[in-house]
Design a binder for this molecule. Structure first.
Ligand code: CTP
Ligand code: CA
Length: 221
Protein backbone atom coordinates (compact mmCIF):
# COMPACT_ATOMS: atom_id res chain seq x y z
CA UNK A 1 0.00 0.00 0.00
CA UNK A 2 1.06 3.64 -0.43
CA UNK A 3 3.03 5.16 2.47
CA UNK A 4 0.61 6.88 4.84
CA UNK A 5 0.74 9.21 7.82
CA UNK A 6 1.75 6.35 10.11
CA UNK A 7 4.91 5.67 8.07
CA UNK A 8 5.82 9.33 7.56
CA UNK A 9 4.75 11.08 10.78
CA UNK A 10 7.21 13.95 10.15
CA UNK A 11 5.81 14.82 6.70
CA UNK A 12 5.48 18.60 6.39
CA UNK A 13 7.98 19.24 9.20
CA UNK A 14 11.37 20.89 8.89
CA UNK A 15 14.03 19.28 11.09
CA UNK A 16 17.43 20.92 11.57
CA UNK A 17 20.33 18.70 12.66
CA UNK A 18 23.89 19.76 13.49
CA UNK A 19 26.58 17.10 13.38
CA UNK A 20 30.30 16.47 13.55
CA UNK A 21 33.09 18.45 15.14
CA UNK A 22 34.08 21.99 14.29
CA UNK A 23 37.62 22.94 13.28
CA UNK A 24 39.01 26.17 14.66
CA UNK A 25 42.07 27.35 12.73
CA UNK A 26 45.28 28.22 14.57
CA UNK A 27 47.35 29.02 11.49
CA UNK A 28 47.09 27.99 7.80
CA UNK A 29 48.06 24.36 8.59
CA UNK A 30 46.74 23.72 12.12
CA UNK A 31 43.42 23.67 13.92
CA UNK A 32 41.70 22.82 17.23
CA UNK A 33 39.24 19.94 16.95
CA UNK A 34 37.70 16.98 18.77
CA UNK A 35 37.04 13.29 18.13
CA UNK A 36 33.45 13.55 16.86
CA UNK A 37 32.88 11.42 13.75
CA UNK A 38 29.44 12.88 12.93
CA UNK A 39 27.91 9.38 12.81
CA UNK A 40 25.19 9.96 15.41
CA UNK A 41 24.05 13.23 13.86
CA UNK A 42 24.06 11.84 10.33
CA UNK A 43 22.03 8.84 11.52
CA UNK A 44 19.46 11.21 13.07
CA UNK A 45 19.25 13.25 9.84
CA UNK A 46 18.73 10.04 7.85
CA UNK A 47 16.05 8.76 10.27
CA UNK A 48 14.17 12.08 10.19
CA UNK A 49 14.16 12.06 6.38
CA UNK A 50 12.93 8.45 6.40
CA UNK A 51 10.00 9.55 8.57
CA UNK A 52 9.10 12.19 5.99
CA UNK A 53 10.72 15.37 7.34
CA UNK A 54 12.46 17.99 5.26
CA UNK A 55 15.92 17.85 6.84
CA UNK A 56 18.69 20.45 6.92
CA UNK A 57 21.97 18.93 8.12
CA UNK A 58 24.62 21.45 9.16
CA UNK A 59 27.80 19.41 9.19
CA UNK A 60 31.27 20.14 10.46
CA UNK A 61 34.26 18.51 8.76
CA UNK A 62 33.47 14.78 8.55
CA UNK A 63 34.07 12.03 5.98
CA UNK A 64 30.49 10.74 5.77
CA UNK A 65 28.20 10.56 2.73
CA UNK A 66 25.09 12.76 2.74
CA UNK A 67 21.98 10.71 3.63
CA UNK A 68 19.43 10.47 0.81
CA UNK A 69 16.92 13.31 0.72
CA UNK A 70 18.83 15.51 3.19
CA UNK A 71 19.94 19.13 2.47
CA UNK A 72 23.52 19.41 3.71
CA UNK A 73 25.38 22.62 4.59
CA UNK A 74 29.10 22.11 5.26
CA UNK A 75 30.88 24.37 7.73
CA UNK A 76 34.29 24.43 9.41
CA UNK A 77 34.08 26.62 12.50
CA UNK A 78 31.58 27.11 15.32
CA UNK A 79 30.89 30.63 14.13
CA UNK A 80 30.11 29.32 10.63
CA UNK A 81 27.87 26.66 12.18
CA UNK A 82 26.01 29.34 14.17
CA UNK A 83 25.41 31.35 10.98
CA UNK A 84 24.26 28.27 9.04
CA UNK A 85 21.81 27.33 11.80
CA UNK A 86 20.37 30.85 11.91
CA UNK A 87 20.08 30.78 8.12
CA UNK A 88 18.16 27.49 8.19
CA UNK A 89 15.35 28.82 10.38
CA UNK A 90 12.43 28.47 10.68
CA UNK A 91 12.34 24.83 11.72
CA UNK A 92 9.86 22.75 13.72
CA UNK A 93 12.58 20.76 15.45
CA UNK A 94 16.31 21.28 16.07
CA UNK A 95 18.56 18.42 17.13
CA UNK A 96 21.99 19.77 18.02
CA UNK A 97 24.30 16.78 17.88
CA UNK A 98 27.47 18.60 16.84
CA UNK A 99 30.45 18.55 19.15
CA UNK A 100 30.98 22.27 18.79
CA UNK A 101 34.43 23.52 19.80
CA UNK A 102 34.04 25.62 22.93
CA UNK A 103 36.84 27.98 21.97
CA UNK A 104 38.59 29.44 18.98
CA UNK A 105 41.82 31.41 18.68
CA UNK A 106 42.57 34.48 16.62
CA UNK A 107 44.16 32.65 13.63
CA UNK A 108 47.60 33.62 12.37
CA UNK A 109 48.14 34.46 8.69
CA UNK A 110 51.46 32.60 8.58
CA UNK A 111 52.43 29.19 9.87
CA UNK A 112 53.71 29.28 13.45
CA UNK A 113 57.45 28.52 13.53
CA UNK A 114 59.34 26.58 16.18
CA UNK A 115 61.57 29.49 17.09
CA UNK A 116 62.17 30.57 20.68
CA UNK A 117 59.80 29.40 23.41
CA UNK A 118 56.56 27.48 22.67
CA UNK A 119 53.70 29.81 21.68
CA UNK A 120 50.77 30.34 24.03
CA UNK A 121 47.25 29.98 22.61
CA UNK A 122 44.72 32.52 23.83
CA UNK A 123 41.30 30.84 23.71
CA UNK A 124 38.17 32.87 22.96
CA UNK A 125 34.74 31.40 23.76
CA UNK A 126 32.58 30.40 20.80
CA UNK A 127 28.88 31.31 20.54
CA UNK A 128 26.64 28.71 22.19
CA UNK A 129 24.48 27.78 19.22
CA UNK A 130 22.04 25.65 21.21
CA UNK A 131 21.53 28.17 24.02
CA UNK A 132 21.07 30.99 21.52
CA UNK A 133 18.50 29.04 19.49
CA UNK A 134 16.59 28.06 22.65
CA UNK A 135 15.89 31.68 23.60
CA UNK A 136 15.63 33.12 20.09
CA UNK A 137 12.54 34.62 18.49
CA UNK A 138 12.57 31.83 15.89
CA UNK A 139 12.91 29.02 18.46
CA UNK A 140 11.81 25.68 17.01
CA UNK A 141 8.94 24.05 18.88
CA UNK A 142 11.17 21.22 20.03
CA UNK A 143 14.85 21.87 20.74
CA UNK A 144 17.02 18.86 21.56
CA UNK A 145 20.61 19.11 22.75
CA UNK A 146 23.23 16.44 23.24
CA UNK A 147 25.61 16.30 26.18
CA UNK A 148 28.84 14.36 25.97
CA UNK A 149 29.98 13.58 29.50
CA UNK A 150 32.65 11.37 31.02
CA UNK A 151 31.39 11.41 34.65
CA UNK A 152 28.17 12.10 36.63
CA UNK A 153 26.46 11.89 33.24
CA UNK A 154 22.83 12.39 34.35
CA UNK A 155 23.58 15.16 36.88
CA UNK A 156 25.51 17.13 34.31
CA UNK A 157 22.80 16.58 31.69
CA UNK A 158 19.97 17.72 33.95
CA UNK A 159 21.94 20.87 34.83
CA UNK A 160 22.81 21.43 31.17
CA UNK A 161 19.14 21.19 30.13
CA UNK A 162 18.31 23.99 32.56
CA UNK A 163 21.25 26.14 31.53
CA UNK A 164 20.67 25.80 27.80
CA UNK A 165 16.91 26.29 27.87
CA UNK A 166 16.29 23.37 25.50
CA UNK A 167 13.42 20.88 25.83
CA UNK A 168 15.40 17.65 25.87
CA UNK A 169 18.99 16.64 26.42
CA UNK A 170 20.31 13.35 25.10
CA UNK A 171 23.09 12.55 27.54
CA UNK A 172 25.88 10.57 26.08
CA UNK A 173 28.37 8.61 28.18
CA UNK A 174 31.62 9.16 26.29
CA UNK A 175 33.89 7.58 28.91
CA UNK A 176 34.31 4.49 26.66
CA UNK A 177 34.97 4.54 22.90
CA UNK A 178 31.66 6.17 21.95
CA UNK A 179 33.28 8.97 19.99
CA UNK A 180 33.89 7.45 16.58
CA UNK A 181 32.39 4.07 17.56
CA UNK A 182 29.18 2.43 16.30
CA UNK A 183 27.37 2.05 19.64
CA UNK A 184 25.91 4.61 21.99
CA UNK A 185 24.71 4.58 25.56
CA UNK A 186 22.28 7.44 26.20
CA UNK A 187 19.83 8.87 28.72
CA UNK A 188 16.95 11.07 27.52
CA UNK A 189 16.44 13.99 29.92
CA UNK A 190 13.09 15.78 29.53
CA UNK A 191 10.97 18.11 31.68
CA UNK A 192 9.32 15.07 33.25
CA UNK A 193 12.33 12.90 34.04
CA UNK A 194 15.16 10.72 32.80
CA UNK A 195 14.88 7.64 30.60
CA UNK A 196 17.97 5.44 30.39
CA UNK A 197 18.08 3.53 27.13
CA UNK A 198 19.92 0.25 26.77
CA UNK A 199 23.19 0.43 24.81
CA UNK A 200 22.35 0.22 21.11
CA UNK A 201 23.82 1.23 17.78
CA UNK A 202 23.86 4.90 16.79
CA UNK A 203 21.39 4.02 14.01
CA UNK A 204 19.02 2.52 16.59
CA UNK A 205 19.39 5.57 18.87
CA UNK A 206 18.56 7.75 15.86
CA UNK A 207 15.42 5.83 14.94
CA UNK A 208 14.17 5.74 18.53
CA UNK A 209 14.85 9.43 19.10
CA UNK A 210 13.18 10.52 15.87
CA UNK A 211 10.11 8.39 16.64
CA UNK A 212 9.95 10.06 20.07
CA UNK A 213 10.17 13.45 18.39
CA UNK A 214 7.28 12.55 16.05
CA UNK A 215 5.18 11.41 19.04
CA UNK A 216 5.96 14.64 20.90
CA UNK A 217 4.87 16.83 17.97
CA UNK A 218 1.65 14.87 17.66
CA UNK A 219 0.88 15.27 21.37
CA UNK A 220 1.62 19.01 21.41
CA UNK A 221 -0.08 20.36 18.28
N1 CTP B 1 26.61 23.39 21.78
C1 CTP B 1 26.38 24.42 20.91
N2 CTP B 1 27.29 25.44 20.80
C2 CTP B 1 28.40 25.44 21.55
C3 CTP B 1 28.65 24.39 22.46
C4 CTP B 1 27.73 23.38 22.55
O1 CTP B 1 25.36 24.42 20.23
N3 CTP B 1 29.26 26.45 21.43
C5 CTP B 1 25.60 22.33 21.91
C6 CTP B 1 26.04 20.96 21.47
O2 CTP B 1 25.75 20.75 20.08
C7 CTP B 1 25.21 20.06 22.35
C8 CTP B 1 25.04 20.87 23.62
O3 CTP B 1 25.29 22.22 23.27
O4 CTP B 1 23.92 19.86 21.82
C9 CTP B 1 25.91 20.50 24.76
O5 CTP B 1 27.26 20.55 24.39
P1 CTP B 1 28.35 20.32 25.50
O6 CTP B 1 29.71 20.47 24.91
O7 CTP B 1 28.02 19.02 26.20
O8 CTP B 1 28.00 21.51 26.50
P2 CTP B 1 28.76 22.83 26.92
O9 CTP B 1 27.71 23.83 27.28
O10 CTP B 1 29.74 23.23 25.89
O11 CTP B 1 29.45 22.42 28.27
P3 CTP B 1 30.84 21.63 28.57
O12 CTP B 1 31.53 21.34 27.27
O13 CTP B 1 31.61 22.56 29.45
O14 CTP B 1 30.39 20.37 29.29
CA1 CA C 1 31.41 21.88 25.08
Amino acid sequence: SAPGVADRPLAGRHVLVTAGPTHEPIDPVRYLANRSSGRQGFAIARAAATLGARVTLVAGPVTLPTPAGVDRVDVQTAREMAAAVAGAMPADVAVMVAAVADWHVAPLDQKLKKTGSPPALTLIENPDILARLSVGADRPRLVVGFAAETERVIDHAVAKRGRKGCDWIVANDVSGDVMGGADNSVHLVTATGVESWETMTKDEVAIRLVRRIADELRERP
